[in-house]
Design a protein around this ligand. Structure first.
Ligand code: SF4
Length: 347
């Protein structure tokens, strides 16, 4: 029964995903064997430093990996539910990696069933069309409604996203709105087709803290109301603590730790996760106190270290072990997964 429930709840299953970029200088293994699941209605946080593969993971799901990158191995299973609630629901499973990235099937999923919001709304809105026209275009592309109905849905979504005078905002151009209003409008566009998964890639990074807090509250409220899952990509662990139920921590294209939000914050296992947590400011810390930083730099992507790829920066480095052996992902209890040789590798 528990297995059946677990199976029913699955929305996205990523298995051994590898996305590489083939450049003149060499091959960058942006994602190198990543596994994770997203359940219906769940918020999964994806954290790591710049260049760890967080955004490429989201782009791979949407099949918008920019050239010269491509998925070279693995699967991304999208569980599509239909036919109402409960046991009467029918489910089809689509491997997104098998679809033509420019084909009709992924186009019908992208923007409708799986939507994306990111840091800079101006890159998702055209400056020469009104907010309303652009939201309506997305609605008309994916839903069988008249223009008038699309306009009503757009105004309703803008209102839902906390925009005052939505009837007026719909006629505005993106550059006429403040950063916070543009971000709310982008969320309205992304959610206008009621997606089952929203990929949010650093959506509040460019905002001031007050606006960021408002946008995070808005996303949580909309999720409670609409029931979509959220994959929240960020380098900010504070935001993850507010938003996610489960977290994956990525380093150099691999998942190094995956656990519930409580376990990651109260009992982090991987030295990299511990270092990330030590680098966030604490309440009560003196303003003059120096923040801890993670030793060294992220290695050159053309020259990935042998063994555990974190060994060049790890405070727990074991010479002759960590630079030789590649750690496996092991369960250290309660589904808390970690990829580190400090933990029993079951050999
Ligand atoms: Fe550090 Fe070794 Fe664990 Fe890698 S395997 S995180 S180098 S202790």
């Amino acid at each position: 029964m528990a297995t059946a429930q677990k199976e029913r709840d699955l929305l996205i299953e990523v298995r051994d995903l590898k996305t590489y970029f083939f450049l003149d200088e060499g091959t960058v293994r942006a994602i190198d064997g990543v596994d994770f699941d997203i359940k219906r209605g769940q918020t999964l946080g994806v954290v790591g430093e710049s260049g760890c593969g967080k955004s490429v993971t989201g782009q791979s799901i949407l099949r918008i990996v920019p050239s010269p990158g491509r998925i070279v191995e693995g699967s991304i299973l999208f569980h599509r539910y239909s036919g109402g609630n409960g046991s009467s629901e029918a489910k089809t499973v689509i491997d997104l990696t098998k679809l033509d990235a420019m084909g009709d099937e992924i186009r019908s999923i992208r923007g409708a069933e799986i939507a994306l919001i990111f840091q800079e709304p101006m890159t998702s809105f055209s400056p020469v069309h009104t907010i309303g026209n652009q939201i309506m275009e997305a609605i008309l592309l994916h839903q069988e409604v008249t223009e008038e109905e699309a306009r009503e849905i757009a105004v309703d979504m803008l209102r839902h996203c906390g925009l005052p005078r939505a009837e007026d905002v719909i006629n505005r151009y993106p550059w006429e709105l403040s950063g916070g209003m543009r971000q709310r409008s982008m969320i309205a566009m992304a959610l206008s087709c009621q997606p089952s998964l929203l990929i949010a890639d650093e959506p509040t990074t460019a905002l001031d803290v007050t606006t960021e807090a408002q946008i995070l509250t808005l996303m949580r409220d909309l999720q409670a109301e609409m029931g979509m899952a959220i994959m929240y990509i960020t380098h900010n662990l504070g935001v993850i603590a507010e938003m996610a139920e489960e977290v994956i921590v990525m380093y150099l294209g691999k998942v190094v730790e995956r656990a519930s939000i409580d376990d990651v914050f109260h009992d982090p296992k991987h030295p990299y996760t511990r270092a990330l947590l030590r680098s966030i400011p604490k309440i009560g810390q003196k303003s003059t106190a120096k923040l801890e930083t993670i030793k060294g730099m992220v290695p050159d992507p053309y020259n990935i270290p042998s063994g555990c790829t974190f060994h060049t920066r790890c405070p727990s480095y074991m010479p002759g072990v960590c630079n030789v052996q590649e750690p496996k992902m092991v369960d250290v209890g309660n589904g808390h997964l970690v990829s580190c040789l400090l933990y029993d590798q079951g050999e």
